[in-house]
Design a protein around this ligand. Structure first.
Ligand code: DON
Length: 318
């Protein structure tokens, strides 16, 4: 009982309040000027660079948020952790990681990595490994995508979530690097089937629209053994959350992951829509949003808001 009390006290001391979020948001509100909204997927270029939001699900499941909390944006690469969860649930970790590595990276997210030399993607966080992960999810046609959408709706407890057809079409029309990876993996025998249905599921999952609060709930879920913020234990699995968080830590911010681990020190996953989901293990979830990105494809203001929050409340793991 002694142990339980002291753990609860520590978590209580780290609890985030509204005033803390407001001041961090305010401090970083002009930072977007130093970044650039992604436009390699033309539809993403339409985002309002000035929008900014920060959200936390505290350990007790209470939500605190500041800024443009109703602003929807596409989840992009943050969907990769959900796809990994489903692929591993269905086929087991061994089967998934026989086809790709656990490696960190010094390469950008859309790099072909070791596809030519090792014959396999480096990890499930970069595009190649993520496209493969989604292709490993069982089901015909749209089913794998539907499973990802359903899981995101479950974790966020938000049945309204859907995907943006405009962003999906934009990705499909311009995603030729991803298409190149997909065909190399077909050639290497990692992906079977015909046509591009399996690639389209990846484009679709990236086009799912969420808010900053949804991201905080996703962060919370993986921080807490896959238990939802409201206590729902349907998918509770400490081993799975450990795997997902380890991949977030070593590759969730791509080639910036090492420097990010040094400065923030928490498992996190970014998306080119401007979102970042953060897990504070066995404690809270954080969501940050600002569409202007740094040279690594990570939200610039998002990173700085997380850094400020981590420093203010001593949240780093290390
Ligand atoms: O495939 C792509 O390029 C995008 N749909 C996702 C990339 C992404 O989010 C990288 N993250 N920072």
């Amino acid at each position: 009982a002694q142990q339980t009390t002291s753990t609860a006290t520590v978590k209580d001391a780290k609890k985030i309040d509204q005033a803390t979020l407001n001041s961090i948001l305010e401090k970083n509100s002009q930072r977007f000027k130093l970044g650039k909204v992604a436009d390699y997927i033309p539809e993403l270029g339409k985002a309002n660079a000035q929008s900014i939001a920060l959200s936390v699900v505290n350990n007790d499941g209470t939500l605190v948020s500041a800024g443009d909390i109703h602003q929807k944006f596409t989840i992009q690469s943050i969907s990769k952790i959900i796809a990994l969860m489903i692929a591993v649930q269905e086929s087991g970790e061994k089967a998934v990681f026989e086809k790709m590595g656990y490696f960190g990276t010094d390469k950008p997210f859309n790099h072909f990595g070791n596809l030519e030399t090792m014959g396999k993607p480096l990890n499930p966080m970069m595009n190649a490994g993520a496209i493969l992960t989604t292709a490993l999810i069982k089901g015909n046609a749209e089913e794998p995508f539907a499973k990802i959408l359903k899981m995101i709706r479950f974790i966020t407890n938000n049945e309204q979530i859907d995907y943006s057809h405009a962003v999906y079409n934009s990705e499909r029309e311009t995603g030729h690097r991803n298409r190149g990876m997909f065909y190399i993996m077909r050639n290497n025998g990692l992906i079977d089937g015909e046509g591009e249905e399996k690639l389209n599921n990846y484009f679709k999952q990236c086009s799912i629209e969420i808010t900053v609060e949804d991201l905080a709930k996703i962060g919370y879920f993986f921080a807490n053994h896959c238990v939802r913020y409201d206590g729902n234990k349907q998918f509770q699995d400490p081993n799975l959350s450990q795997l997902i968080q380890s991949q977030m830590l070593i590759a969730g911010m791509y080639e910036f992951s090492g420097e990010y681990a040094r400065t923030v020190g928490l498992p996190s996953k970014s998306g080119v829509g401007g979102g970042i989901a953060v897990s504070v293990p066995r404690n809270m979830g954080i969501g940050a949003f600002s569409p202007a990105l740094d040279q690594h494809g990570n939200s610039l203001a998002g990173y700085h808001m997380i850094l400020d929050l981590v420093n203010a409340k001593h949240l780093s793991l290390f």
